[in-house]
Ligand binder design. Structure first.
Ligand SMILES: C[S@@+](CC[C@H](N)C(=O)[O-])C[C@H]1O[C@@H](n2cnc3c(N)ncnc32)[C@H](O)[C@@H]1O
Length: 314
């Protein structure tokens, strides 16, 4: 029987894997990179790029290029010359803005040669949560054992953790682990983030994801499936996404901050315009109101709690 990590990898990135499907992730769930929220996020990222003196954006795990498309429009409006590179596991989507370059990646923890981009914002928005990790569960004696899974989702406890996983747990998710407690072993995400940093020539590497930090680890595990817009039991059969929250502090980033803090610093403001403006400038009022409600969505409960792990590459 396969471990969760093996089954998860095959289900998402194997031949016919979930992420190789034509409809892409946006066919199954919405993220902050889509629609009007994505346009606001792109404007904020452009401000970050300009503030940091960067010249290009590499979006790793970019779906079908939704955020890069918004960045292309945003930079065009602002008359900023910005290099754009999308990286994902499928061929370049038809009709993608010609300003966006494209690279195919093997998927999961593995990355292609990115060409060591310099002065780059290298962004991984909701990538690490789909990098498969080991799942461990405490047996009746409180000893962590690897969880194995069948294709129909039935789980069995396997052997004890390998040394590297056990060391990661001691450092980042220490016990006691009461019987039944689940630990999602973050070492594969740490290594993937490190790989991304190593493939960056210079600039800022940013991983944005839902996650947790020491002191607030989830006791029961977070692995879940998504299919056609709804959460579903995690089945490793390629029929659904498989995602688990990320231990963001173990990535050894320079900073880990909430999306709320980062975006407010970048001027994303969910304050509603004064109602008097509706009388003097109805169109402007409506536009400002719509902008504020999308900004509030990006910085409010849920998306606002996402964590941004940032590492500077000199
Ligand atoms: C949860 S989706 C997020 C898509 C997009 N960034 C967003 O926020 O809407 C994860 C994406 O990461 C891609 N992915 C997974 N592993 C990858 C890898 N090693 N290199 C590039 N893309 C990867 C998947 O194919 C999928 O499109």
């Amino acid at each position: 029987m396969r471990t969760w990590q093996q089954a998860w990898t095959e289900a998402l990135y194997g031949e016919g894997g979930f992420y190789r499907r034509a409809e892409g992730p946006a066919g199954h769930f919405a993220t902050s990179t889509h629609g009007t929220a994505g346009e606001l996020l792109a404007d904020a990222l452009l401000r970050l790029v300009e503030r940091e003196g960067l010249r290009q954006v590499v979006d790793v795990g970019c779906g079908r290029g939704e955020l890069l498309t918004a960045l292309a429009a945003s930079s065009r409006r602002a008359d900023v010359d910005l290099g754009l590179l999308g990286v994902d596991v499928v061929d370049r989507p038809a009709g993608l803005d010609p300003r966006i370059d494209w690279l195919i990646s093997p998927g999961g923890p593995d990355l292609p040669d990115l060409g060591a981009p310099t002065d780059a914002l290298v962004l991984a928005h909701e990538w690490l949560d789909v990098v498969p990790c080991g799942i461990a569960r405490a047996d009746e004696r409180g000893v962590l054992r690897t969880v194995c899974v069948e294709e129909d989702g039935v789980e069995h406890l396997g052997g004890p953790l390998d040394d590297a996983s056990a060391a990661w747990v001691r450092r980042w998710w220490p016990g006691p682990h009461p019987p039944g407690a689940t630990v999602e072993v973050g070492s594969t995400r740490d290594e993937a983030f490190e790989r991304l940093v190593a493939r960056t020539g210079s600039g800022l590497v940013v991983a944005v994801d839902y996650g947790h930090r020491t002191g607030s680890r989830p006791p029961d595990g977070t692995l879940i499936g998504y299919r056609a817009g709804t959460a579903c039991p995690p089945l490793p059969d390629g029929s659904c996404d498989l995602t688990a929250h990320v231990a963001m502090d173990s990535l050894r980033a320079d900073t880990v901050r909430t999306q709320r803090e980062v975006l407010r610093d970048l001027g994303v403001d969910g304050t509603r315009p004064p109602t008097e403006r509706a009388h003097t400038d109805p169109a402007g009022y409506l536009a400002a109101l719509s902008g504020a409600s999308h900004a509030a969505a990006l910085t409010g409960p849920g998306p606002g709690d996402f964590l941004w792990a940032t590492r500077r590459v000199p």
